[in-house]
Design a protein around this ligand. Structure first.
Ligand code: NDP
Length: 486
């Protein structure tokens, strides 16, 4: 595919077939013959293929990463950060190509793909370079010198919803720490990871520091999680697969970092500015067609303001017209796959069956879109906290409005799921909002719409995960601690 200025590459340019894996510093033939087709989520057409890797490919990649570790971990921080900045430049130069690929694979509107799906990875490589440069690797405690050292070989298993961002959060910070990596991208959105491997190749990263093995979770993912030469697994995806990875990794006591699902609450308090809170809350649910782990999918509303909020939510939700990701007017693209579309429609059906009140949307395909994995922007009200749609992660454009009577009840409802990834609190008084935010059992909470901070730690409480990504906390995930008694 060619770079074509600021706009998307053409459909004709976009066919991307890869038949090799990136292992030990070269593109090598896979050891099996399986191939995975990549589907355009808006047209349902095949847009590329990648190898279906095998445990033998994982073995070669893990060995290459282990062989590269001694030299890479001994490089200076300055040397490593220079490589990261070169990758940042490479990603920046290929932004239109990457944004096009991700909009096709995943369905996010192209303008947003540029900003978020590629903009964030670019920022992550820059941030990793800056953070590692300023990081205090040594400190003294009494007669001990405490030194921080890279964990070793990191297996990175990533999902499809922010595919390159999630790879970058792991790879940029692991490499900055001095670790080497084996990456398994999602089988649904793998093409962007191959472009990243091209960039690593172009910047002359030492052989074996970055390795890419595409394939399925049960085969390639599990081979990484059990490989004796992999020291740590950094996983992002569903809680189901995260538990499986943790179980497998426990057999060799690997370090595990898990970034899992969420069912995050947006608590709107009685004196909140609804003109600000409601549009922001709808957007925080519908971004990326609701396929965001930190999406604020439960809007908690004081019962005496319910009617007012419902009307505003519906007005806002109906501006999210589903459509072609490459149409500049589109705010809501298709979901990533047929499986995901059917799963989300199943939840909409379940919401109706369990007695929630459908305000807008529904399980039918949006008008005029008979191709592509589209789902109507859907809003339910009178959702009870024990309903399935209030408890389970839907991963689609479905918002549940839950009325409450007292602030204590709102906090209980917000904390009343298995998850604890993110949240939001809105109040007339910022200090009040912050006090409630402190009581939410979640890793990140927006106070009166506070903006996303790419340097802030990201990760979950409870079954939303273990560990933190991004910024200094993200770097520390990949470091061991050693005490030298003197
Ligand atoms: P998965 O958790 O299945 O996928 C995430 C990654 O894990 C993929 O690379 C996947 O491989 C891999 N994987 C799957 N099973 C295993 C295994 N047994 N061992 C090792 N690796 C494995 O997510 P799905 O794509 O199935 O999405 C399902 C649900 O997960 C969504 O509806 C959503 O609720 C949630 N989800 C949450 C995300 C988050 O950011 N918190 C991200 C994505 C999904 P493969 O390529 O074969 O899929």
């Amino acid at each position: 595919m060619s770079n074509s200025g600021e706009g998307p590459a053409t459909e004709e340019d976009a066919m991307e077939s890869r038949d090799k894996l990136y292992i030990g510093g070269s593109w090598v033939a896979p050891q099996g013959t399986g191939v995975i087709e990549v589907i355009n989520s808006a047209t349902e057409e095949v847009i590329g293929t990648v190898p279906e890797g095998t445990p033998e490919d994982v073995d070669a990649a893990a060995r290459a990463a282990a062989a590269a570790f001694p030299a890479w971990s001994a490089t200076s921080v300055d040397e490593r950060s220079k490589f990261l900045l070169r990758v940042q430049e490479g990603l920046t130069a290929r932004t239109p190509e990457l944004a096009t690929l991700i909009s096709q694979e995943l369905g996010m509107p192209f303008t947003l793909s540029n900003l978020i799906q590629v903009g964030l990875p670019v920022m992550n490589f820059y941030n990793a370079a800056q953070v590692v440069t300023a990081f205090p690797f040594e400190e003294e405690i009494g007669n001990s010198l405490i030194v921080r050292e890279p964990v070793g070989v990191v297996g990175c298993i990533t999902p499809w919803n922010y595919p390159l961002h999630q790879i970058a959060l792991k790879v940029a910070f692991a490499l900055a720490a001095g670790c080497t990596v084996v990456v398994k991208p999602s089988e649904v959105t793998p093409l962007n990871a191959f472009v990243l491997a091209d960039i690593f190749d172009e910047v002359g990263l030492p052989a074996g520091v970055f390795n890419l093995v595409s394939g399925t979770g049960p085969v390639v993912g599990e081979a990484i999680a059990t490989h004796p030469q992999v020291d740590m697994i950094s996983f992002t995806g569903s809680t189901r697969a995260g538990k499986r990875v943790m179980e497998l990794a426990s057999q060799s006591v690997k370090r595990v970092a898990l970034e899992l699902g969420g069912k995050s609450a947006n608590v709107i308090l009685e004196d909140a500015d609804l003109q600000a809170a409601v549009p922001s809350g709808v957007s925080a649910c519908f971004l990326n067609s609701g396929q965001t782990c930190s999406a604020l999918t439960r809007m908690l509303v004081p019962r005496n303001r319910l009617a007012e909020v419902e009307q505003m939510v519906v007005e806002t939700a109906e501006t999210y017209t589903p459509g072609d990701p490459f149409d500049a007017a589109t705010r809501l693209g298709p979901l990533v796959s047929a499986i995901q579309r059917d799963r989300v429609r199943g939840y909409v059906r379940k919401g109706i069956e369990e007695g929630a009140r459908l305000l807008t949307g529904g399980e039918e395909a949006p008008d005029g879109l008979d191709k592509g994995y589209y789902v109507r922007p859907t809003v339910f009200s009178d959702v009870r906290p024990d309903m399935t749609i209030a408890q389970e992660e839907i991963f689609g454009p479905v918002l549940s409005i839950i009325p409450y009577d007292t602030e204590e009840e709102a906090i209980d409802i917000a904390n009343g799921t298995l998850y604890g990834l993110a949240g939001g609190v809105w109040a007339g008084d910022k200090a009040h909002a912050e006090a409630v935010a402190r009581r939410l059992r979640a890793g990140q909470v927006e106070v009166n719409g506070g903006g996303f901070n790419p340097l802030a730690p990201f990760g979950g409480y409870k079954q939303s995960g273990i560990g933190r990504e991004a910024g200094q906390f993200g770097l520390e995930e990949f470091l061991e601690v050693k005490a030298l008694q003197r």
